[in-house]
Design a protein around this ligand. Structure first.
Ligand code: NAD
Ligand code: TYD
Length: 346
């Protein structure tokens, strides 16, 4: 394909940084502009290997900044916009939903407005299976499942999805929405389950499992997600929604037990702590549409992906030790201090 100019937002976060690295390796002629506000979750270190890449440009800024977004769109004349930028952590959204509305809802609308009338050929909204809410087995979410978000995070992502769909129906802006299940892999911020448990286990610290630990998530290796997004950018149909999942449902307890086994750490590190309010019991994605229409399938099984992820955290201890300082320490105490003390008291 001819050269593409792509605006990637939130590229200094977990999935965004993996996506930019994946795209520049696979399509070295494509130009990528990364617009990121560098919140607590955004880390320039995640892309330090690409700083001097001739087709990469970093812009520090907020996706909700109308003037900045309009200026960038006019200057760069993007073919594609891929919107990863978000407040992404459910527990933080329970503490304070306001930043989730600012970035996930208003920010998405500002980007859509910026893209309108500037020749953007595809606006890809990176969404989540959490917009569907919780699901008892054996059902799985299809693209037709109703939106029933539980957390303020999920509600803000669902609101953004509806605004994206409105820009398609009202203004004919070519959009696609992708809804992926839980991702894991290198560069994930250690507030999320898998990197929190790996880094705590490496430090011989307690592993706090919410409630009975039998909540189910459907895990996908981040590179498989990035490959799906690449495929959808090239071959996806405007106006469509695509679920992305690897058919890999696990209880949280099972995930933690595998991590402990792979690291050779004792099960006695596990603590069952007070549950998250409004905690969705189960997510499960049906990825048939992506498989049947675009021929996508996951390439990394869970054991292989977890092994790779653990190896990355073992080899990049400096990365997570730096991340787990400063603001993180206050966050950890707010989130887990009382929970862990209560668990110790039995
Ligand atoms: P992350 O928290 O690791 O990264 C978010 C990035 O967005 C950070 O670099 C941050 O600085 C940036 N950002 C935040 N607010 C911004 C703003 N106002 N303007 C510009 N940049 C801003 O998140 P992630 O886990 O990489 O998730 C990326 C996207 O994928 C999100 O939209 C999320 O909803 C979605 N998603 C994530 C998962 C998952 O398992 N992590 C699953 C499905 C969908
Ligand atoms: P998380 O990584 O926050 O993703 P999400 O809530 O968006 O799916 O959590 C994944 C699962 O792990 C979820 O069921 C909550 C649970 N969990 C814990 O049990 N303990 C923890 O410390 C964290 C962060 C999550």
């Amino acid at each position: 394909m001819e050269q593409r100019r792509i605006l990637v937002t939130g590229g200094c976060g977990f999935i965004g940084s993996n996506f930019i690295r994946y795209m520049l390796l696979k399509h070295p002629r494509y130009r990528i502009v990364n617009l990121d506000k560098l919140t607590y979750a955004g880390n320039l270190e995640n892309l330090s290997d690409l700083e001097t890449h001739p087709n990469y440009r970093f812009v520090k800024g907020d996706i909700a900044d109308r003037a900045l977004v309009a200026g960038l769109m006019a200057e760069e004349k993007f073919h594609w916009v891929v919107n990863f930028a978000a407040e992404s952590h459910v527990d933080r959204s329970i503490e304070d939903p306001a930043p989730f509305l600012h970035t996930n809802v208003l920010g998405t609308q500002v980007l859509l407005e910026g893209a309108r009338g500037t020749g953007v050929e595809l606006f890809l909204q990176v969404s989540t299976d959490e917009v569907y809410g919780s699901l008892p087995p054996p059902g799985r979410f299809t693209e037709e499942s109703p939106l029933r978000p539980s957390s303020p995070y999920a509600a803000s992502k669902a609101a953004a999805d509806l605004m994206v769909a409105a820009y398609w129906r009202t203004y004919g802006l070519p959009v696609v929405i992708t809804r992926s299940s839980n991702n894991y892999g290198p560069y994930q911020f250690p507030e999320k389950l898998i990197p929190l448990m790996i880094s705590n286990a490496l430090e011989d610290k307690e592993l706090p499992l919410y409630g009975d630990g039998l909540y189910v998530r459907d895990w996908i290796y981040v590179e498989d997600h990035c490959r799906a997004l690449d495929l959808i950018l090239h071959r996806g149909k405007p106006g469509e929604t695509y679920n992305i999942g690897a058919e890999n449902e696990r209880t949280n307890l099972e995930v933690v037990e595998i991590i402990l086994r792979l690291l050779g750490k004792p099960r006695s590190l596990i603590r069952f702590v007070q549950d998250r309010p409004g905690h969705d019991r189960r997510y499960a994605i049906d990825p048939s549409k992506l498989r049947e229409e675009l021929g996508w399938h996951p390439e990394t099984d869970f054991e292989t992906g977890l092994n790779r992820t653990i190896k990355w955290y073992v080899e990049n201890e400096n990365w997570w030790r730096r991340v787990k300082s400063g603001e993180y320490l206050a966050y950890y105490e707010r989130m887990y201090g009382d929970r862990l003390r209560k668990a110790e008291q039995g």
